[in-house]
Design a protein around this ligand. Sequence first.
Ligand SMILES: O=C(O)C(=O)C[C@]1(C(=O)O)C=C[C@@H](O)C=C1
Length: 187
Amino acid sequence: MTKLVAYQGCPGAFGHEACLTFLPDREPVSQLGFAQVIEAVLDKRTGLGMLPLRNSIAGMVREVESLLPARPVTIISRHWLPIRLHLLGRRGARIEQIHSIVSHEMALAQCGISLARLDRTILTAPNTAAAAKALAEGRDEGIAVLASEAAAALYGLSILQRDMQDKPDNRTEFVIVAAGERQDELQ
Ligand SMILES: O=C(O)C(=O)C[C@]1(C(=O)O)C=C[C@@H](O)C=C1
């Protein structure tokens, strides 16, 4: 049976990249939110869950920080993933046309300096890759998203401006969680 790991978002999300990087032998399973990642683990639909806990610029991921002690899951390992955030637009879009920038609130918080310089309307999305997918499926050339290079390639978006993060060594600590406290019961 294929071993599974739950993550929040869709392919191209940093949670997805964390699964491919730190658990390459497991199949990543997309979940809508962080709470659903934990429920997937507790319901035994996946053996493990991958959750972002803190970022070197933006600090703690508050929702994950409060969920972890509230549910019967154990952190079995911790890993830092480098995070590069690029400004992505629809193919052919130019940066002058952009009126709004959309991303996950943690990603937006990592790019405060570049965003202040651009001075556009800021909108939040549940996930960086979900924002990229919605942009690709829509029609508005005035919207850009902050997301990964993998998301640009997956959803056919153009990179309008590279490396929007405030510091070049930006990184997020991901935790791998399992149900209960016994590591030898993992599926
Ligand atoms: O939106 C994503 O792509 C995520 O995986 C979530 C998340 C987070 O919640 O911190 C993960 C890593 C980055 O710090 C930005 C966003």
